[in-house]
Ligand binder design. Structure first.
Ligand SMILES: [Zn+2]
Ligand SMILES: [Zn+2]
Length: 359
């Protein structure tokens, strides 16, 4: 039987980092999810966990090294932190644990790569992908919020089988026992290695073909174009991404759906633009109104208003309408004083008089 260092393929001087790396690499290779029902791989996987358990713990490693070099006291005389004659609390022997227990204990090292194996549901149960959609919205909808309907094509859970892919009880594929994958031996340049492929009996769905849902053929989901009404929040900025939980691609084998990411593009508006929560626009004010004061009609996001022009307003003046912008911001109207081009004889006469008066 190999010693722990040989099992992990590291030198007896290996650092913790090297030990962890070696364990991770080998454990992934012999991971039960890649080697379905292969007892040799299972055995190897357990032995790796046993070696890692000892070598990754400095205290255990020291005791192991001492024992290996004959420096340790006999097993009948435990020493160390528990003192003479006391026995250490019983450590569960990793190699005698079930695969599930080992996965629960060391699963974290796989960094989510095999996260699903902790809940060992049907192997085919995978979450759906996040779907993404580009959405053009007009300025007004982005500013004030509103509802927009988009057409999306993608996988949705099959309604016929509620996403299970199967009808009736015990629907697991007999060949792969529901995992959707089978493992076999292959050879390349005289070297044997283990390959995992999608199961050909169920085409990777994990569902017994005779129990397959007739609507989705075991997939648990169907491709469809669907219409979705999306609520655009008030004050949505150009380029904002809205994440809609559970509206993405359907999972397989009962896995949860992904999210829908909506990338928003706010269309340029010929009249309005925003600066923060303020909405800006220009307002044309006739020359006489600008000089004498008065009212002039203008458009805001919420409709038409009569803007009060104070006497003596020049071009470029900014008039604020409180609360008429986005989320309590203001509407800022920039005044453009208009000068008439075609004057009647009377208007000309009046203006001449004005000029003489020094205006
Ligand atoms: Zn179905
Ligand atoms: Zn199968």
């Amino acid at each position: 039987m190999k010693n722990h260092y040989e099992t992990l393929g590291v030198a007896s001087t290996a650092t913790l980092e090297e030990i962890k790396k070696a364990y991770r690499t080998l454990a992934l290779k012999y991971h039960p999810d890649r080697n379905h029902g292969d007892p040799q791989a299972e055995e190897k996987f357990k032995r790796l966990a046993g070696a890692y358990e000892v070598l990754f713990d400095p205290q255990k490693r020291r005791e192991y090294d001492d024992a290996a070099t004959g420096r340790a006291p006999s097993r009948a005389e435990p020493r160390g932190p528990f003192g003479q004659g006391e026995s250490a609390p019983a450590e569960p022997d990793v190699e005698s644990m079930s695969i599930d227990e080992i996965l629960r204990r060391f699963g974290g090292i796989f960094g989510g790569e095999f996260g699903e194996s902790i809940h060992r549901t049907r192997g085919a149960g995978r979450p759906g992908h996040d779907a993404e959609v580009e959405l053009e919205i007009d300025f007004r909808t982005a500013a004030l919020g509103g509802k927009v309907t988009v057409s999306l094509s993608g996988a949705v859970p099959c309604a016929h089988c509620a996403g299970r892919g199967a009808i009736g009880d015990h629907p697991d594929c007999p060949t792969c026992r529901g995992s959707g994958r089978v493992t076999g031996q292959d050879r390349d340049k005289g070297q044997f290695f283990t390959v995992t492929r999608p199961c050909s009996t169920c085409r990777g769905t994990g569902v017994d073909p005779s129990k397959e849902c007739p609507q989705c053929h075991g997939e648990g989901r169907i491709e469809r174009t669907r219409s979705l009404t999306i609520t655009i929040p008030e004050g949505t900025a150009n380029g904002a991404i809205l994440r809609l939980g559970g509206l993405g691609g359907a999972g397989t084998g009962g896995g949860p759906p992904g999210d829908l990411l909506v990338h928003t593009h706010v269309r340029h508006d010929p009249v309005f633009h925003s600066e923060g929560n303020d909405v800006h626009s220009e307002v044309q004010v006739p020359m006489a109104t600008a000089a004498l004061g008065g009212k002039t009609p203008m458009q805001t996001l919420r409709g038409r208003v009569n803007l009060t022009i104070p006497p003596g307003t020049s071009s470029g003046a900014q008039l604020r309408l409180g609360g008429q912008g986005i989320r309590g911001g203001d509407h800022v109207a920039r005044v453009m004083v208009t000068v008439p081009g075609d004057l009647t004889a009377r208007q000309r006469e009046l203006l001449e008089e004005l000029r003489k008066s020094g205006v």
